[in-house]
Write a protein that binds this ligand. Structure first.
Ligand code: OFO
Length: 175
């Protein structure tokens, strides 16, 4: 059985993952409206992934006899200045999530909760990959530039990354 402290921390993490899902969904919608199809596809997939991350924790809490709570998710912003700003926000949010996962690992040691520690290892790996991906794309966007001419190339690049990720997921048997 999980401690109340750990249950609360995991439910807080559900909120963060749920917010990430809505945040990226809102970004995808903005990209769709702006005609950035490749960017929209990429962000829709990121949003789906975050929802899965949320559900993973949800099921885990139930499995260890805790009470998983549906999150109270605030409305994310709906308007953005540019795709560069969106990617900066994605990167910042991923860093925030990583910090939260790291804090939970500390809590696992404090609570002697090695089941949760083990469960969270997957998130440690995932956050490393996601931060790396977001930072890499942001660096490229900065190189390509943010002008209207550049948008076409950025959009193509995100479409390419998205296709690459889908293929990698299919190969590894992930959803
Ligand atoms: Fe949930 O993986 Fe990023 O935030």
């Amino acid at each position: 059985m999980i401690s109340k402290t750990m249950e609360n921390a995991l439910n807080k993490q559900i909120e963060l993952e749920g917010y990430a899902s809505f945040f990226y969904l809102s970004m995808a919608s903005w990209c769709d409206r702006e005609g950035l199809e490749g960017c929209a596809k990429f962000l829709h997939r990121q949003s789906d992934e975050e929802r899965n991350h949320m559900l993973r924790i949800f099921h885990y809490i139930s499995e260890v006899d805790g009470h998983a709570l549906t999150p109270n998710i605030p409305q994310p912003p709906h308007e953005f200045e540019s795709i560069q700003q969106i990617l900066e926000l994605v990167y910042a949010h991923e860093q925030k999530v990583t910090k939260s996962i790291n804090e939970m690992l500390g809590l696992c040691y404090k609570e002697n909760d090695y089941n949760t520690l083990n469960f969270l290892q997957w998130y440690v790996e995932e956050q490393r990959e996601e931060e790396n991906l977001a930072r890499g794309i942001l660096d490229k966007v900065k190189l390509i530039g943010n002008g209207s001419q550049s948008l076409y190339f950025i959009d193509q690049e995100l479409e390419r990354i998205n296709t690459q990720q889908l293929a990698a997921e299919a190969a590894s048997g992930e959803a």
